[in-house]
Design a protein around this ligand. Structure first.
Ligand SMILES: Nc1ncnc2c1ncn2[C@@H]1O[C@H](COP(=O)(O)OP(=O)(O)O)[C@@H](O)[C@H]1O
Ligand SMILES: [Mg+2]
Length: 457
């Protein structure tokens, strides 16, 4: 595989640019003009089309914007257009404009995946609000899709980077930046926070994707043996690891275990390389011991050489909402693997998951998700009891470290909407009724929590 730099960068840039286009479709010239005028007055960039057929020529799967369409039109009508668009891209927000008394049609439109509908004559203020929320949801959907595709391009491993907390969003950005920058990187963080995964991702999103990724642990090996493995000489026919990884990445796990002498040799090796380096070093610190920092375990000169690009992965207990997203993602995977439904999280389950101390971080959470699925298959036990048992085993207490009340409230809200949507198989109307929520509030909350109607239908 050749350097995929150009393949990675444009997709990222596009994902970071917010979608702004609003395609307005109406066979009536006056109607088109007035909607368009209102939206431009509100600061949007509307474009008008007299028929669905005409508009389809500019609409595609990753269209950077949203659609506002009349339902009744000669030729392809709004419902047929909606079906076509949902087939192209189920996350494209489509706002339909219905004539007075077309309520059954509007309900059907929502069922098919319309973002929302407006009844004529409509309040222009509300149109602008709807458009704003729809564009925001579009931005989120496109961004996450671009990242997914991009990361999958480099490595299917990266598909798995779950979470939308501020830390996680930041981590994705750093990951892409550092991956592209193609220099040495230092990764730090508690056990199970994703350091090894991130090291692979750094390689996969950079220009070395497809080249060698050589991993070695610096712990538990005699100094001389490790020195020979890394730098040579090695037995007949073999290559020292720094050579084997030439053109690619050498991942040094447990870098804290390197003796001062070997740290010195590593520094010399790094300093002797041109830029960008022939062999990229990604060093992972897995344990700097209680009360000590990375700077205490590495020679300062090596530390500063590596720490120009440093990633510190946050402990799971501080990652709020990500905890639930990760749990769900892994529970879904395991339920597919074991061929049984994923457990429904109750609000109480969610609260426990959020408050557990997670000393084993994501690795521990994955194991709980698997146990929860197996328990569900047997029809016994609860997620709460699993978390409690795990806590007792590790002697940990529940914690609210780093998480404001808002996180719990939001997690509760998200869980509730998610469960209700699932129960009603994506029927917005039924969920609105059950939760006594106006449509708009429900739409906004779903956008906020990254819930998509299409996932429940
Ligand atoms: N952001 C994430 N989303 C989903 N899974 C993750 C994420 N980060 C880590 N994982 C998974 O968690 C487990 C532990 O990650 P790992 O990289 O082995 O942690 P570490 O090297 O820090 O101990 C792995 O199964 C990994 O795939
Ligand atoms: Mg690891």
């Amino acid at each position: 595989m050749s350097a995929p730099e150009s393949a990675v960068a444009p997709a990222t840039a596009q994902a970071l640019r917010s979608p702004t286009r609003i395609v307005i479709i109406d066979d009536e010239q006056d109607m088109r003009a007035s909607i368009s005028q209102w939206l431009s007055l509100s600061g949007f960039q509307p474009e008008t089309y007299a028929s669905a057929e005409e508009a389809l020529s500019v609409l595609g799967p990753d269209f950077p914007g949203i659609v506002v369409s009349d339902i009744r039109m000669p030729g392809m009508d709004g419902m047929a257009l909606l079906k076509r668009l949902m087939g192209l891209d189920a996350t494209l927000p489509v706002i339909l404009i219905t004539g007075h008394g077309d309520v059954p049609m509007a309900v059907e439109a929502m069922r098919l995946g319309a973002w929302d509908f407006l009844e004529k004559p409509f309040d222009p203020e509300r149109m602008a609000d709807l458009a704003r929320a729809a564009l925001k949801a579009r931005a989120l959907a496109l961004e996450s899709r671009a990242l997914r595709n991009e990361l999958a391009d480099g490595s299917t491993l990266m598909r798995r980077l779950v979470g939308n907390s501020t830390e996680m969003v930041r981590l994705r950005e750093d990951l892409l930046d550092y991956g592209q920058a193609d220099g040495h990187v230092l990764i730090d963080g508690e056990t199970g926070t994703g350091k090894t995964l991130v090291a692979h991702a750094l390689h996969a999103v950079g220009p070395r994707a497809g080249r060698k990724f050589v991993s070695v642990s610096c712990a538990g090996v005699e100094d001389d043996a490790l020195a020979a493995r890394l730098f040579g000489p090695v037995a007949l026919g073999g290559l020292p690891l720094v050579e084997e990884a030439r053109g690619g990445t050498l991942c040094l796990e447990d870098v804290e275990a390197l003796s001062p002498a070997l740290q010195g040799r590593l520094l010399t090796f790094i300093n002797d390389q041109p830029a960008p380096p022939a062999t990229r070093i990604v060093a992972i610190c897995n344990d700097h011991g209680p009360g000590r920092t990375l700077e205490d375990v590495l020679r300062p000169d090596l530390y500063y050489r590596l720490a120009a690009m440093k990633l510190t992965l946050p402990p799971l207990r501080t990652r709020g909402e990500d905890i639930l997203a990760l749990f769900k993602s892994y529970a879904t995977d395991y339920s597919e693997e074991y061929g049984c439904p994923a457990p429904d999280l109750s609000a109480q389950d969610a609260a426990y998951l959020l408050q557990a101390p997670w000393p084993g971080n994501i690795r521990q959470l994955i194991s709980i998700a698997e146990q929860a699925v197996l328990q569900n298959r047997r029809g016994s036990g609860s997620v709460v009891s699993l978390v409690m048992a795990e806590n007792e085993a590790s002697g940990g207490a529940l914690t609210t470290e780093g998480k404001p009340l808002k996180d719990y409230v939001e997690a509760f809200e998200r869980t509730l909407i998610d469960n209700t949507m699932r129960r009603h198989k994506g029927s917005i109307v039924a969920v609105m009724e059950e939760l006594c929520l106006p449509r708009r509030t429900l739409n906004e909350k779903m956008a906020k929590y990254g819930l998509s109607r299409a996932d429940y239908v």
